[in-house]
Design a binder for this molecule. Structure first.
Ligand code: UD1
Ligand code: CA
Length: 467
């Protein structure tokens, strides 16, 4: 395999987005637009990936670096938007010393499939010329460059504004995606002049130069794949296609999705077979769901792991949580970062956890906060229990052994430990460690005054008569 580098054009302002934010940072299914082409380049094994930034360069660079922390990224800056050839040329310095193929992608074209790019690289290999490109046959190619062939071979690309009437009738259009030999690329770019209707440096001029040296390979892609984003209507339309594509792949792999139009599953999410996804479920990046899991309506999972056979009931929110096998979570549970649940754990409505490790078979079914807590196996945490983990300055840990019973409306003032098999009576404020096997109760003893209600009524009646 020939070496591969990629240049991804991300410098555009995106005026029609009418936004403070750079176009390539607008999210589609949870990730910025430019994350998609960058990901494709990395998947293909590019040894150098050069995002060309310009408009809001710092913000774009910061976001991209955070998204791909370990990727071989080298940023290039295009100060002024002088055309696509000028944009690619600004990547030359970043690729100094590199020889091999350069894949050129647009940061605002999110739906391009890996298979299409693989076909492009294979076509480039097969034809052996200095360049291969992706073309699309469009019903209405207005605005696109036309692929002009002579005797069946690609001769050049002519931009819409520079076309003769006959050229305008050509529907085979340039998608703007190329594989180019590095040595040819830098040499040819240096020779491009802005002599055209728009006074811009056209990258498409490369095609005529390449055609003089060897055959220009083409790969035909579907128009839905090569479509870019110019405004927010197009952004939403591309998101729909991506959503459908992802959902269909999961369904074909054995996942049931009750209402695919309202299931938002981001790229890279893993779901095992026989899992059922309810309506309005969001599964954000980094989420891994096992087999036979039920994800109830309206659940939102971010960077979380859910093991086989677990049921997440409706409207539960999980963030960086690890849920073991056969758990029953929700409805309306909130699992925050650092939550780690073993097997057969039950957490019910309005239960919030944070940095909480909960052992096998333990239950907290109602109205509870468990933060900075290590809870053993087989515990029962009663309704309304609260770990008081914060003293206003520091966070402290609550520890429960195995088989602990916490009565309802208990406060556990951390740091505090409750030993194996201990009981805490309802309404207790636990401030001291409870040894294994003991009972702790802190509430004031109950007093009962029999006949008190009738006596009070009689007193009141007496007063009214006197008055
Ligand atoms: C380009 C092609 C055209 C093709 C079309 C497909 C040229 C001259 N024309 O036209 O043949 O049919 O794409 O969509 O290449 N960009 C920069 N810096 C610049 C100019 C552009 O980073 O100075 C970026 C834009 O942000 C965008 C991409 O390059 O992501 C394409 O630029 P755009 O101006 O949209 O090119 P088109 O006129 O659509
Ligand atoms: Ca465009």
């Amino acid at each position: 395999m020939t070496a591969l580098a990629a240049v991804v054009l991300c410098a555009g302002k995106g005026t029609r987005m009418k936004s403070e934010k750079a176009k390539v940072l607008h999210p589609i299914l949870g990730r910025p637009l430019c994350a998609y082409p960058l990901k494709r380049a990395l998947e293909l094994g590019a040894s150098h990936v050069v995002p060309v930034v310009g408009h809001q360069a710092e913000a774009v660079e910061k976001t991209v670096r955070a998204l791909f922390p370990d990727a071989p990224l080298r940023f290039a800056v295009q100060r002024e938007q002088r055309g696509t050839a000028d944009a690619v040329r600004s990547a030359e310095e970043a690729l100094k010393g590199y020889s091999g193929r350069v894949l050129i992608l647009y940061g605002d074209v999110p739906l391009l499939r890996r298979e299409t790019l693989e076909a492009l690289l294979a076509e480039h290999d097969r034809t052996g010329g200095p360049l291969a490109l992706v073309s699309t046959t469009l019903e209405d190619p207005t605005g696109y460059g036309r692929v002009i062939r002579e005797g069946g071979r690609v001769a050049r690309i002519v931009e819409h504004k520079d076309c003769t009437p006959e050229q305008r009738a050509v529907r085979e259009s340039n998608a703007g995606i190329y594989s180019v030999d590095a040595a040819f690329l830098w040499k040819a770019l240096a020779g491009i002049k802005p002599q055209n209707a728009q006074g811009e440096y056209y990258l498409t001029d490369l095609v005529e130069m390449a055609a003089k040296l060897g055959p220009v390979g083409t790969v035909e892609a579907d128009a839905t794949e090569t479509a870019g984003v110019n405004d927010r209507v197009e952004l939403a339309a591309r998101a729909r296609v991506l959503q459908q594509r992802i959902n269909e792949a999961h369904m074909r792999a054995g996942v049931s999705i009750q209402d695919p139009a309202t299931a938002y599953i981001e790229e890279g999410v893993v779901i095992g077979p026989d899992t059922e996804v309810g309506p309005m479920v969001t599964l954000a990046a980094g989420t891994v769901v096992g087999r036979g899991v039920t994800l109830g309506q309206g659940s939102v999972l971010t960077a979380s792991t859910v093991a086989d056979g677990t049921v997440i009931k409706p409207y539960s929110v999980l963030e960086e949580a690890k849920v073991g096998e056969r758990n029953v979570i929700g409805p309306f549970s909130r699992l925050r970062p650092g939550t780690e649940l073993a097997e057969d754990v039950h957490l019910g409505n309005f239960v919030e956890t944070k940095k909480a490790r909960i052992g096998k078979g333990s239950k907290a079914n109602h109205l509870t906060y468990l933060g900075d807590a290590n809870i053993g196996a087989g515990c029962n945490v009663g309704a309304g229990t609260i770990t008081c983990n914060y003293d206003g300055v520091n966070k402290h840990v609550t520890e429960l052994g195995d088989g602990v019973f916490i009565g309802s409306d208990t406060q556990l003032v951390a740091p505090v430990k409750v030993g194996d098999g201990a009981y805490v009576g309802a309404g207790t404020t636990v401030t001291k460690n409870v040894p294994p096997g003991s009972l702790a109760v802190s509430r004031t003893p109950q007093t009962t005054k029999e006949g008190w209600v009738a006596a009070k009524k009689a007193r009141r009646a007496g007063k009214t008569q006197a008055g």
